[in-house]
Each structure stands twice: as structure tokens, then as C-alpha cells.
Design a protein around this ligand. Structure first.
Ligand SMILES: [Zn+2]
Length: 217
């Protein structure tokens, strides 16, 4: 048989194993790639820089009962779902040799007042949330010690935090006037942007969850 340009049909299937397998493999790889992309997009849909944590309906920011909080580590108490996810995040990061140490998570109202006064006295009110509006007051924000842009730890967080419902809000991102690499928020229940995924955005607390264009530390 001569080397014809269009000889594909001439060769019986069992003699075209190589190319066939190659084609099948390429299709499988392509399909898997699409599946992974779709999965990632679906899983990370709520991890949008504009998304913010939902308030806890029926409760007051910074005045959460102890029963709603869990201890994540020495300096970190968090809302129980956020805290459970944070514990997993810290554990998995450690397995990847990344040390994630929360310096503060839940911040009660009195502490929010303290920091607001502290920064306002320095003429930098924008560095602290108005007391009663910080997402730390819902136990759904964490400040990590020594977490900075451009580090391996920050890269790990960018790649993985969303798997645990933790998100880096837009106002805190690099280049923003009040960039805070250490401040991350939990939107594992959908957050304000995707509240329809199963969480009500209505309720007594919602008016207190104004989007913060300020930092909180
Ligand atoms: Zn913070």
C-alpha cells in the first residue's frame, strides 16, 4: 500500500492503535480538563472579591453568644462553621509545610470600639471598621500573623483557601489603598453575593453588614 494522504479508512482499526489511542487520550484529557474547570468554577463561585460574609440573623455583631463560637487556636475564636473550615485549612496548609497562624478571628464589640478609637486618634479612621460592622464581629474573618503578599503562604492561600470557604476580599487586595494580605473572610455558606445558595440575606443583622471599604486593623 502506498503512502496515500487520505489512507485512514484503509487501515483496519487494530492496526491504528497508536494514533487511535492518542486521539482517545487527547479527548479524555480534554474532557477531564473541562470537567475540572467547571468543577472549580462551580466550587469557587462564591469566592468573588466582592463577596462578603453573611451576618448571623437574630444576633448582634460583636455580641455573639459563646455557643456560636468555636476555638480554632490560641488566639482565634470563630463562628462554628467558619471555624471548622479554618481548622481544616490550617491543618492542610501544615501538611503542605505552610504555617498559617491566626492572630485574631472573632472580635467583640468592645474590641472593635478600641481599634476604631485607636486609629481615629491617629487620624486614620479608615483603618478600622465602624464598630458593629466588622466581619470579625460575626466570627467570619481571620487575620493571619505574618501573612504578606508575594510569600509562599499567600500563594498557597490564593490557590487553596476557597476550598474551605475562605476568601480574600477585594478591598484588601494588593495595590488597594488599605491592602491587607492578612485579612481573610469566610463565605462558605454563600456569602452576601450568593446568599440564594441556601442562606437568607434578610433579617435583623443585614443592615449592619454594610460593605466595608475600610480595613479593620
Ligand atoms: Zn481583619
Amino acid at each position: 500500500m502506498g503512502a496515500q494522504m487520505n489512507d485512514v479508512p484503509v487501515s483496519p482499526p487494530w492496526k491504528t492503535k497508536g494514533p487511535r489511542r492518542g486521539r482517545i487520550l487527547r479527548r479524555v484529557v480534554a474532557a477531564a480538563g473541562v470537567a475540572v474547570l467547571v468543577l472549580m468554577t462551580a466550587s469557587c463561585g462564591y469566592c468573588d472579591p466582592d463577596n462578603r460574609p453573611l451576618p448571623l440573623v437574630g444576633y448582634t455583631n460583636g455580641k455573639l453568644p459563646a455557643a456560636l463560637l468555636m476555638t480554632v487556636s490560641a488566639n482565634c475564636q470563630a463562628e462554628e462553621r467558619a471555624g471548622a473550615d479554618l481548622k481544616k485549612l490550617i491543618s492542610d496548609a501544615k501538611a503542605a509545610r505552610i504555617s498559617m497562624v491566626p492572630g485574631e478571628c472573632y472580635r467583640d464589640y468592645a474590641t472593635q470600639v478600641y481599634w476604631r478609637n485607636y486609629w481615629c486618634n491617629l487620624g486614620k479612621c479608615q483603618m478600622a471598621a465602624v464598630p458593629g460592622t466588622s466581619n470579625h464581629g460575626w466570627g467570619k474573618a481571620a487575620d493571619f500573623d505574618d501573612l504578606d503578599f508575594g510569600t509562599a503562604a499567600f500563594a498557597w492561600m490564593e490557590a487553596n483557601a476557597w476550598r474551605y470557604g475562605w476568601n480574600h476580599p477585594g478591598w484588601a487586595q494588593q495595590g488597594k489603598p488599605a491592602a491587607e494580605p492578612w485579612h481573610w473572610e469566610w463565605v462558605g455558606d454563600g456569602g452576601t453575593m450568593y446568599g440564594s445558595l441556601g442562606c437568607s440575606t434578610s433579617g435583623s443583622g443585614s443592615s449592619q453588614d454594610q460593605p466595608e471599604e475600610v480595613t479593620d486593623r
